[in-house]
Design a protein around this ligand. Structure first.
Ligand code: TMP
Length: 236
């Protein structure tokens, strides 16, 4: 019988008969602002499971190692069990969210070159931004591993920016989590409208979790629209 290993804000992780693999189940629950705001986005779990399966398959094709094994059903993916790093790697192409708040740059300003930021995955501290020296002091990654993480985030950003552009979507920013599979660094977690900012390229309409965070309405519709564009794309 599968055992619940972990329940997060948006996913449950279950054991399987293979100790090296787990199942990720995507929930409709949504939280924002470190859990202070809570709600439900109908069928978000179905959209996010499918999008993660598609995007991780795209990345694998481009030579990025991920934890994805295969999609099991509407809401569940079979993935390799990873020893997760306590880091969130954010890549940004356009100013939004906390970058706008931290720097005073106007939301929507296109960055001259993408930037990568490192956050400490620690709910009690509210996932603070770290610099390289903080990462070293906390022993969260060696300098070599940190450089590797940043380079992978940049490579993933190049691949996914091109992918979303074909869907008429701007990849504004996104968050990645990595882990170790028998000592090898591998991309884990998810890539979804929960963890990316996706703007319509023509209208700049928000097609992501900011609709929930900022009470913009039409939250479900935005998730379905993103899935519709991806599934309707001929190259898949
Ligand atoms: P931020 O502008 O709030 O720092 O968010 C940057 C990106 O990271 C954005 O695409 C949303 C994503 N993100 C998460 O996936 N989880 C989080 O807890 C936060 C704060 C952001």
């Amino acid at each position: 019988m599968p055992e619940l290993l972990y329940e997060g804000k948006a996913k449950k992780v279950w054991t399987t008969s293979d100790p090296e693999q787990v199942e990720m189940e995507f929930k409709d629950d949504a939280t924002a602002f470190n859990g202070q705001k809570r709600g439900t986005i109908l069928d978000k779990g179905v959209v996010n499971a499918k999008l993660t399966a598609v995007l991780f398959a795209v990345l694998e094709r481009e030579g990025i190692r991920t934890h994805l094994v295969r999609q099991l059903d509407d809401r569940r993916l079979l993935v390799d069990r990873l020893e997760m790093l306590a880091l969130e790697i954010v890549a940004r192409n356009i100013v939004a969210g906390s970058l706008a708040q931290r720097t005073g740059l106007a939301e929507g300003t296109v960055l001259k070159a993408p930037i990568v930021e490192i956050y400490y995955k620690n709910d009690a501290l509210g996932d603070p931004l770290l610099n390289d020296e903080h990462v070293a002091v906390l022993e969260l990654a060696s300098p070599e591993r940190l450089a590797d993480l940043k380079e992978r985030a940049r490579a993933i950003n190049r691949i996914l920016s091109a992918f979303w552009a074909e869907m008429g979507i701007l990849l504004v920013d996104f968050k990645l989590e990595f882990g170790l599979r028998r000592g090898e660094l591998v991309l884990g977690d998810e890539i979804t409208p929960d963890t990316c900012r996706l703007w319509d390229a023509k209208t700049r309409a928000r097609l992501d979790k900011d609709r929930f965070r900022r009470d913009l309405g039409q939250v479900e519709e935005a998730y379905q629209e993103v899935l519709r564009r991806v599934m309707g794309h001929a190259a898949l």
